[in-house]
Write a protein that binds this ligand. Structure first.
Ligand code: DAH
Length: 338
């Protein structure tokens, strides 16, 4: 019996286990309940008592070795590192799947391109801001609710995550003299719950134009051009009076709801219109805060949420889809032409 065990040991070490099928065959042949090793254990019962110790030990070792070999080969073949070379190395390689742009990038790019065509330059600023650039320079009152911890992520007393891209206006106006035409894209942060309709971070494009004799009609023409570029000529536009600390006069721009065509639905809350941006004439206090003469110059400004515009353009129902990285969602935009 000892000889038989030794022979078997040799054979099972020499078995070629280079595919998962062969590994499974190996298991069935040696290690299963009806396999060779189990059969030997059956025979072991009838062995002479004197030999039992030696043969028992040899049998146990055999079983252990077989088990180890099986586990090792199986692990190696199922590991991600065991990529098997194709047999024919002259075969063409497998095709790589093409990636696509994220819907936010697509829409942001469209917005920026439209402004570039009108002579605006693209500028950026930091996401970690100070009170001056995010609030005070923009004419926010000291007790404005946006300064509350409830609305803003504060890092220290003077450092915070910017709540809007309008902070870049202050940075650019402080360091440049008119004429200035710029758009500032970027991520902004607000202390809000993550739901289908709100998120603690999102993207804005803020923009502004400061020069001699800039008027509200310039603002209107610029924004109407943007809306037509984004949504086509058939969309209806409405400007509604509003309030922002950094603009005077201020307005919000609505477009006719693209989901229901203006008839009224859940998205437009039955009003037939959805708001897409805030805008206005830059408050003279903001210009003066940035050492630009409000006597000599005037300007307009606007700011929009990219997620919201993408939702309308692509009929995306939930803000959370943008950040969940679900390939089934992202793949739907891979064919969008810029
Ligand atoms: N900062 C505003 C917001 O976050 C949007 C905005 C409104 C920006 C009017 C502007 C503006 O530049 O003039 O909601």
């Amino acid at each position: 019996m000892l000889e038989k065990i030794e022979d078997l040991r040799q054979t099972l070490q020499n078995e070629a286990l280079d595919t998962l099928e062969k590994v499974e065959e190996f298991r069935l042949k040696y290690l299963s309940r009806k396999g060779i090793i189990s059969q030997l254990f059956e025979q072991f019962k009838d062995i002479d008592a004197k030999e039992k110790a030696i043969i028992g030990k040899a049998l146990n070792e055999l079983k252990k070795e077989a088990q180890q070999r099986w586990e090792q080969q199986k692990a190696q073949l199922t590991s991600v590192f065991s990529i098997q070379a194709p047999r024919d190395l002259t075969l063409p390689g497998g095709a790589y799947r093409r990636g696509g742009r994220h819907p936010i990038s697509i829409v942001q790019w469209k917005i920026l391109k439209t402004f570039q065509r009108m002579g605006f330059v693209i500028v950026t600023g930091p996401e970690i801001e100070d009170d001056w650039h995010n609030f005070t320079g923009l004419n926010f009152e000291p007790d404005h609710p946006a300064r509350d911890m409830q609305d803003t992520f504060f890092i220290s007393e003077d450092k915070l995550l910017r709540t809007h891209a309008t902070s870049v206006q202050v940075r650019i106006l402080e360091t440049h003299q008119p004429p200035i035409r710029a758009v500032a894209p970027g991520r902004v942060y607000r202390n809000e719950a993550i739901t289908a309709r709100s998120h603690c971070f999102f993207n804005q494009v803020d923009g502004f134009y400061v020069d001699k004799d800039v008027s509200f009609s310039d603002l209107k023409t610029t924004l109407f051009y943007l809306v037509h570029q984004l949504f086509g000529k058939n969309v209806e536009i409405r400007l509604r009076a509003s309030y922002f600390p950094f603009t005077e006069i201020s307005a919000e721009l609505d477009i006719s709801c693209l989901i229901c065509g203006g008839k009224g639905c859940r998205v437009c809350k039955d009003t037939g219109y959805v708001e897409i941006l805030g805008c206005g004439m830059i408050d003279p206090n903001v210009l003066e805060n940035c050492h630009i003469s409000a006597q000599k110059y005037s300007g307009f400004a606007f700011g929009m949420g990219v997620e919201r515009i993408a939702m309308l353009l692509f009929q995306i129902p939930d803000l959370r889809l943008y950040t969940q990285n679900d390939i089934r969602f992202l793949q739907q935009f891979s064919a969008v032409q810029l």
